[in-house]
Write a protein that binds this ligand. Structure first.
Ligand code: PMP
Ligand code: GLN
Length: 384
């Protein structure tokens, strides 16, 4: 009998993600689920029809490794129209299994043992394990104040000869803040004379509210020349379970990312690629998203007025962080679990995104839900 008990783990501190834990608990207790980030309404029937049509038309075998030409062309057109930059669809665009795979390949293609990667905290939970799997060292920089701003002087102080990469995320999960033009210009200035690679996680690029503008790394020449920009069709088209996304990067970087893509998945779902290539012909399919989710944010935020929860309206993403310190001083993980088991409502405790799991007595609510669900949720939250 083999004895695997003492096998060295590649991720010894790795645990089941909070998103699986909370969604699992929510299912078990039949709770209203505002935890994991996914909509509880359907993706467009027209898009589903396009997938079915592609299957019936025979697009059921391996597509080209980097993605079908028609889809890569549409992605190049979309980015050119929005951010005024031309990516070569043959060499600079890769269709991936969601943004998650793009992030994994981007990090593992460039980070070597001993390399440092600057990560802003709170942060989405896949960056640090990806860095550690590559043998790299996450260098954590905390976002400052109640608006979660980046202190660029601190970033400058943390850059060393070992800094291989900086990861940014705008609009930001979990805080719902966005990076400004000034932020991007400061970053551009800071890394101008270095070989640092920028990994820009922009999965919520179209979920942006009020008069905010999405400042893609692609828009800034001094960033675009060193940036890998990741996007997610799941977030944009209400189909997170399809796990479709893409990344773009200058050819010299993309060449390396593609080697990892080839070795890990080789290619991704063919009929869905054909469907997205058709669907993307109409920009209104993604350009209306900001207004759509702004209404959801306003609805949820208004519903929460007069409750014990306090927060600043999210500027992007489909998440709203709220402070519950007036209700209880319980640790956020305990409070979130009790909310499910005793009150039938699931949310994400924000400490899991923070450095050393610091507890700020905040919960993250996903408002990508029907108005009816948001109303029921608010009713529960008002009673606390
Ligand atoms: N980055 C961030 C910030 C996210 O919130 C998510 C959530 N899903 C991802 C990446 C992964 O996207 P995908 O589902 O397309 O893999
Ligand atoms: N991005 C989603 C969230 O933040 C979760 C995706 C996942 O479960 N890995 O809720």
């Amino acid at each position: 009998m083999p004895n695997f008990k003492n096998l060295p783990s590649k991720l010894p501190a790795g645990k089941t993600s909070i998103f699986s834990v909370m969604s699992g608990l929510a299912r078990k207790h039949k709770a209203i689920d505002l935890s994991q980030g996914f909509p509880n309404f359907e993706t467009d029937n027209h898009l589903k029809d396009l997938v079915c049509k592609a299957m019936k038309d025979g697009y059921n075998q391996y597509p080209p490794m980097s993605g079908v030409w028609a889809l890569r062309t549409r992605i190049a057109e979309k980015i050119a129209a929005l951010y005024d930059i031309c990516y070569d669809f043959e060499t600079e665009i890769l269709v991936t299994n969601g943004a998650t795979q793009a992030l994994y390949c981007a990090i593992n293609a460039f980070v070597h043992p001993g390399d440092e990667v600057i990560v802003f905290k709170p942060a989405y939970d896949s960056y640090e394990p990806d860095i550690k799997l590559a043998g790299g060292k996450p260098v954590l920089v905390e976002l400052k104040g109640k608006n979660f701003k980046i202190d660029w002087q601190e970033v400058e102080a943390k850059i060393t000869s070992k800094t291989r990469m900086i990861i940014i995320n705008t609009p930001h999960n979990p805080t719902g803040t966005v990076l400004s033009k000034n932020d991007m210009q400061q970053l551009e200035k800071l890394i101008r004379c270095t070989n640092i690679i920028l990994l820009s996680d922009e999965v919520y690029e179209h979920l942006i509210f009020d008069d905010e503008v999405h400042e893609s790394a692609s828009k800034f020449p001094g960033l675009a020349e060193r940036a890998i920009v990741c996007a997610s069709f799941g977030k944009t088209f209400h189909n997170t379970g399809w796990k479709m996304g893409y990344c773009v990067a200058p050819e010299v970087l993309m060449k390396e990312i593609i080697k990892l893509h080839q070795a890990t998945v080789f290619c991704v779902n063919h009929p869905m690629q054909r469907a997205f290539a058709e669907y993307l012909k109409k920009p209104e399919h993604y350009l209306q998203l900001g207004d759509f989710y702004q209404q959801k944010r306003d609805k949820f935020f208004d519903l929460m007025q007069g409750s014990g929860f306090k927060g600043t309206p999210s500027k992007g993403t489909y998440f709203q962080v709220m402070d519950y310190s007036k209700i209880t001083d319980e640790p956020d993980v305990d409070f979130a679990k009790r909310l499910i088991t005793e009150h039938g409502l699931a949310a994400i405790p924000v400490s899991v995104f923070h450095k050393n799991g610091k507890d700020h007595k905040q919960l993250r609510f996903c408002f990508a839900k029907t108005d009816e669900t948001l109303e029921k949720a608010a009713e529960i939250l008002h009673k606390l």
